[in-house]
Design a protein around this ligand. Structure first.
Ligand SMILES: [Fe+2]
Length: 372
């Protein structure tokens, strides 16, 4: 049965004949979820301090490696290794079984290797068509649950809290789990097909540049196909742009008060809010975006959409005003209106190269997104 979950707010359109595929007919495997994200940073002490203020717990730490986790059982959310500069290394996805890893490795002409390091398991190391290293793991030892932050008892709808006050403590939000990562790529279409065909991911929503519906999507919100078991609206989101780069990653907290009180805590500690608090359209999350000390963008979120594999793809126009149902206007910092020298260099290179999907009309579309 096909449900339509895309009828509200900028998301009213469905697919039409000839659109880019939203799911592969016969993917090699279907991954279960993102396992964790890997970064490098020069200062692990500063990274750990921010991580604790943001709401992570340290799962493991030595001189060259820091593992950060949430309260839910599972693997760590983030691995940070000591490196010369602050950079995103790549995403790691979790396959259901070692047999899936074998199938994926065979399809790509490589072998499964035993994973070295904490938690063991097995790994397949691939590269997506953008050149992003992507690893897929299985049988990694799972961390036990930690005490979490309970959602507040709310007197919405009916009275549940009587003779008791609402006094959430001013403390860091407690991260429950990793939700999603967003990447930019100059080879959007090829990269998208690669994730659909190799990892069995399926598209929840496509966005197109203003006035360029006929040229196909330039952003995709992609979820895991877990059959009848609901999955996050997007585990991976990708958009077309001049750079191959990490955009942001998002971590779930208990509820709106955890987002807001956790945000107040970060503000008091002097960290820089990029954009928030608001509620997204694609995915519906209540969101709050922060910059870590290396200016890496990270998101607290709560109450995101969970879709099983019956929900068909939605289509909408990409615009800065269409990023949220409510909340402050998207900031220049968030939408990348203040590009770094590095990003400007990537733009010039991308426009000069033929081997990517970023051209002058796409640049005009991207500029329209920022102002619409
Ligand atoms: Fe996000």
């Amino acid at each position: 049965m096909v449900k339509t979950a895309h009828e509200d707010l900028h998301s009213e359109q469905g697919a039409v004949r000839g659109d880019r595929q939203a799911r592969a007919r016969n993917p090699v495997i279907k991954v279960e979820d993102l396992a964790w994200l890997e970064f490098e940073k020069p200062d692990l002490d500063a990274a750990e301090q921010f991580a604790h203020d943001f709401g992570f717990a340290t799962a493991y730490r030595n001189d060259v490696e820091l593992h950060l986790r949430g309260t839910l059982p599972g693997s760590q959310c983030v691995i940070i290794r000591k490196g010369r500069t602050s950079r995103f290394v790549g995403p790691v996805f979790r396959a259901s079984t070692r047999a899936d890893l074998e199938r994926l490795a065979r399809a790509n002409g490589i072998s499964v290797v035993d994973r070295r390091g904490l938690g063991g398991g097995a790994v397949v190391a691939l590269e997506d068509p953008s050149g992003m290293p992507v690893r897929i793991v299985a049988d990694v030892e799972q961390l036990p649950e930690l005490p979490g932050q309970a959602p507040l008892l709310l007197n919405f709808g009916q009275v549940r809290r009587v003779n008791a006050t609402q006094r959430p403590p001013r403390e860091p939000a407690r991260i429950e789990r990793l939700g999603h990562v967003v990447l930019e790529t100059p080879r959007f279409g090829r990269a998208l097909d690669w994730y659909l065909e190799n990892l069995g991911l399926i598209v929840s929503d496509f966005l197109h540049f203003p006035g360029q519906r006929d040229r196909g999507p330039t952003m995709a919100f992609i979820r895991c196909d877990r059959g009848a078991t609901p999955a996050d609206h997007h585990t991976l989101a990708m958009h077309l742009g001049p750079s191959r780069r990490y955009v942001h990653s998002a971590y779930q907290v208990a509820d709106l008060d955890a987002v807001a009180a956790g945000g107040e805590f970060l503000k008091e500690r002097g960290y820089k809010r990029s954009w928030g608090i608001g509620r997204h359209i694609q995915g519906s999350q209540i969101f709050d975006y922060w910059r870590d000390p290396d200016s890496v963008l990270v998101e607290h979120f709560a109450d995101g959409d969970m879709f099983d594999n019956t929900v068909e793809v939605g289509w909408a126009q990409m615009s800065a005003s269409g990023l949220a149902q409510w909340g402050p206007s998207a900031t220049r910092d968030f939408i990348g209106a203040k590009p770094s020298a590095h990003m400007i260099r990537d733009l010039v290179v991308a426009l000069g190269k033929q081997d990517n999907e970023f051209d002058i009309r796409r640049l005009i579309g991207l500029l329209k997104v920022a102002t619409s």
